[in-house]
Ligand binder design. Structure first.
Ligand SMILES: NC(=O)c1ccc[n+]([C@@H]2O[C@H](COP(=O)([O-])OP(=O)(O)OC[C@H]3O[C@@H](n4cnc5c(N)ncnc54)[C@H](O)[C@@H]3O)[C@@H](O)[C@H]2O)c1
Length: 343
């Protein structure tokens, strides 16, 4: 079986999750890794294979690299993705696709001209419980009226993620996941947004650590999204390998409700009450990164469009930008041109 040659740009925390997931697919091989810190590139190469680089252009000139995983800080995603696409590589870009809608749309244009594929790292779509609920929504043609999503992690925003330049704070870091998941489950694009943010734990130079975002959809449906990093490590944490409570969801439709307590369990109400259990304790499965990378590689092998693709990435950036403006101005925000797209 042919193995696709993968290159990583950025060899930090998330890179090791993707490396483990890709090695499991047996259709991908890590052939090159790049980090601006040489010790990080070398340590990654020693653990997962590939030639270590400190300059991205050297990695892009390596003919064995067919696909690049962009795993750097947020402010470099759009520029690095653009360079990789222009060099003829397919791209997996961690969220968010860009720090501004203008930059995200530019990446969209480059994807179109390059004829290459770009997937955005919204891994929580593959959280086992969320994935099951999404399938039910499609199969039963369920129309959600009210959605409550909570993204809660142990503290991490006292790092580059909480800085204005590199990360953008809680809304780009966690809110982008919540916004994508809301659109994915609702099966629609929102019409308007309200948001509040608060800095309850951090101080300068870090930005807000807490947010509540309200999205409203075409017929008045509401998604209420809470994101923060106030959870103790035994509640949920990447580092302790216990990320199963990172996403919680309550989904209410006419005569039907689903509650995702954690990634192991969905309670169903309406008709016959039922509890569905998912027994995996594997963090790659719990976080959805294993099936996410598998789906990406399968799409590339079969030539099918990747999902979530660049349009999903642009949508999330747009609503992150609008939510940030809503929080800053204390006013509901809507795009200049409102277009409701359905599944
Ligand atoms: N999807 C998820 O659940 C999830 C979880 C954690 C992180 N992330 C995302 O993954 C990305 C990386 O996060 P992380 O936690 O791994 O960060 P990190 O700081 O641990 O790693 C980032 C690495 O990129 C390197 N780097 C930065 N700019 C570079 C450049 N121009 N060229 C080469 N190397 C460069 C840094 O030296 C660092 O080693 C971010 O987009 C973050 O939001 C996603």
């Amino acid at each position: 079986m042919r193995e696709i040659g993968i290159g990583f740009v950025g060899c930090g925390e998330i890179a090791s999750f993707h490396a483990q997931a890709l090695l499991r697919t047996d259709q991908a091989r890590i052939v090159a890794v790049c980090d601006r810190l040489p010790e990080k590139a070398q340590s990654m190469a020693a653990t997962y294979g590939g030639r270590p680089y400190t300059q991205m252009d050297d990695l892009l000139a390596d003919p064995a690299v067919e696909v690049v995983y962009v795993l750097t800080h947020h402010d470099s995603h759009a520029a690095i993705s653009t360079r990789c696409l222009e060099a003829g590589k397919h791209v997996f870009c961690e969220k968010p696709l860009a720090m501004s809608l203008k930059d995200a749309r530019h990446v969209g244009q480059v994807v179109q001209h390059s004829g290459r594929q770009l997937m955005v790292g919204f891994n929580h779509r593959w959280n086992p419980a969320v994935f099951w609920v999404h399938n039910q929504l499609i199969e039963r043609n369920v129309h959600i009226r009210y959605l409550q999503l909570t993204f809660a992690t142990s503290p991490f925003l006292n790092s580059w993620g909480g800085l204005a330049g590199e990360g953008g704070g809680v809304i780009p870091c966690l809110g982008s996941h919540a916004i994508d998941l809301a659109c994915y489950l609702m099966g629609m694009t929102p019409m308007r947004v309200q948001a509040m943010t608060a800095r309850l734990r951090l101080a300068d130079p870090y930005l807000e650590d807490t947010t509540a975002i309200l999205l409203q959809f075409e017929n008045g449906e509401i998604a209420s999204l809470s994101s923060h990093d106030h959870a103790p490590p035994d509640y949920t944490s990447y580092a302790t390998g216990n990320p199963s409570r990172l996403v919680r969801a309550e989904i209410f439709a006419e005569g039907w409700a689903a509650c995702v307590e954690d990634s192991h369990c969905v309670d169903i109400f309406g008709g016959n009450p039922n509890t569905i259990k998912f027994s995996t304790a594997d963090p790659l499965e719990v976080l959805g990164i294993g099936p996410e990378d598998y789906a990406f590689i399968q799409s590339l092998v079969s030539g099918k469009p990747v999902s979530p693709g660049v349009a999903d990435g642009i949508r999330a950036v747009q609503w992150v930008e609008l939510a940030l403006a809503a929080a800053r101005l204390g006013k509901t925000q809507a795009p200049k041109v409102v277009k409701c797209q359905h599944r």
